[in-house]
Design a protein around this ligand. Structure first.
Ligand SMILES: Cc1cc2nc3c(=O)[nH]c(=O)nc-3n(C[C@H](O)[C@H](O)[C@H](O)COP(=O)(O)OP(=O)(O)OC[C@H]3O[C@@H](n4cnc5c(N)ncnc54)[C@H](O)[C@@H]3O)c2cc1C
Length: 393
């Protein structure tokens, strides 16, 4: 306990001395936080913050030191999170490397793969994207058709991925390919592919929200070293599902990095507050309170799940409950914000709206995708019914 108190004091001193002032405000959009990668262009304070945190391994506080992680215990990592929250510090790095492929490789990657990829993820050098979905394989993911055929010490890949988030900004992709056409689930292999090679091309897809967060990815005759297979050839389905659990936890927690938690109340005071910002309308008060209570319960449940991961219990099918609940809660929150702000949340462009107001509409539209990405709500309900509740098929 005394050790933890000393760690807290050291951590606070170090953060105060090293965190750039610009990093002490909550991010307004996903781009206010560093996603790393070779193609990313970030302001100097963001890069400085990444560099000092990565040097200590604190971009991935609990990952082993031998791979560049912070080597902190669960309790120390919690102290670090708390001290960062007190200073309202932004995370130094986010992305699929830290949240998905890194934890997966630590679990099932071989030593060479861990040594090659984990330190680069910790330092934010490589940005990753996820090549699962295909034009004919979304909910029915095992129907994927991208072929990988062995040729010496390489595989040659041909096919197409779709809805690949940030493929245009990513350096590497983790993907599922078909290595056996005679069986469905048993013919899938999980691979790592450098995207900066001949045969990979990416076309962004524009959304109703105005953003273009995902792409079509075309893969034509791409040579991938056989050493980039994770796990066994034709054993990729089990690995794919393991990764989806990390992904679902991440999506369930969509709200965590992006916003100041008091924002809903601040906005309500601004748009529908009476004198001194008091919220007179009992219905508004009730709806805000319910969302905040539900969010708190969700946060505590996720924190419990994170702790059990840290003591060596990988996330199980219950992550589908988090994904379902977390994303629907986020939609309820966005919906309420739009209702509270009224006409001011209907802006798209031009005069009459502040920059913040323009994000309200876009965030509301973006939240619709939360219940689709990482497996739709209907698919989560199927998984919960079968694998959590044990109901028959
Ligand atoms: C914002 C966003 C980001 C994404 N990022 C990525 C990414 O980075 N990489 C990637 O690989 N993919 C990504 N995806 C794709 C996502 O995983 C798929 O969209 C999702 O799995 C659904 O597949 P689909 O779009 O083909 O819909 P479909 O599978 O065609 O489903 C259509 C509808 O039918 C329902 N349905 C289908 N099957 C069943 C069933 N068995 N029981 C009940 N209902 C069913 C679905 O719930 C849905 O409502 C992203 C999607 C979104 C929205």
């Amino acid at each position: 306990m005394a050790d933890l108190q000393a760690f807290r004091e050291d951590t606070r001193r170090w953060l105060e001395a090293n965190a750039p002032a610009e990093m002490r405000t909550p991010p307004r959009t996903a781009d206010d936080v560093c996603w790393g990668g070779r193609k990313g262009k970030y302001p100097a304070p963001t890069l400085r913050w990444l560099a000092v945190m990565a040097e200590r391994g604190w971009t991935a506080p609990t990952w082993p030191r031998e791979y560049g992680g912070g080597g902190l215990s669960g309790a120390e990592a919690k102290v670090l999170r708390e001290e960062m929250a007190k200073l309202r510090l932004r995370p130094p790095l986010i992305g699929f490397g830290l949240e998905m492929i890194g934890p997966l490789l630590l679990e099932v990657g071989n030593e060479e793969q861990k040594r090659e990829h984990i330190p680069r993820i910790v330092r934010g050098e490589i940005r990753w994207c996820q090549g699962y979905s295909e034009p004919g394989a979304g909910s029915d993911l095992a129907g994927l058709q991208t072929r990988a055929v062995r040729d010496g010490d390489h595989y040659v890949l041909d096919g197409q991925k779709v809805w690949t988030s940030y493929a245009d900004k990513a350096d590497w992709m983790f993907l599922l390919v078909r290595t056996d056409t005679t069986v469905k689930h048993g013919g899938i292999t999980f691979m790592l592919m450098d995207m900066d090679v001949p045969g990979v091309s990416v076309r962004p897809i524009k959304l109703i929200s105005g953003a273009s967060p995902f792409c079509e990815t075309f893969i034509e005759g791409v040579r991938v070293p056989a050493k980039n297979v994770v796990g066994q050839v034709n054993g990729g389905w089990a690995i794919a599902k393991m990764l989806l659990r990390f992904e679902r936890n991440m999506i369930a927690d969509v709200f965590k990095e992006r916003e100041d938690r008091s924002r809903l109340i601040t906005l309500a005071r601004r748009y529908v507050g009476g004198e001194n910002g008091r919220l007179e309308d009992p219905i508004v008060r009730d709806r805000i309170t319910q969302i905040e209570i539900d969010q708190l319960c969700m946060d505590l449940t996720l924190a419990r799940s994170r702790e059990s991961v840290k003591i060596g219990r990988p996330p199980g099918p219950e992550t589908s409950i988090f994904k379902l609940y977390g994303t629907e809660l986020n939609q309820r929150r966005r919906e309420l914000v739009v209702q509270i702000a009224g006409p001011q949340a209907l802006g798209w462009d031009g005069p009459g709206f502040s920059a913040e107001e323009l994000t309200l509409t876009r965030d509301w539209l973006r939240s619709r995708g939360n219940t689709i990405e990482g497996g739709t709500s209907e698919i989560q309900l199927n998984i919960i019914a079968k694998n959590v509740l044990g109901l028959p098929d």
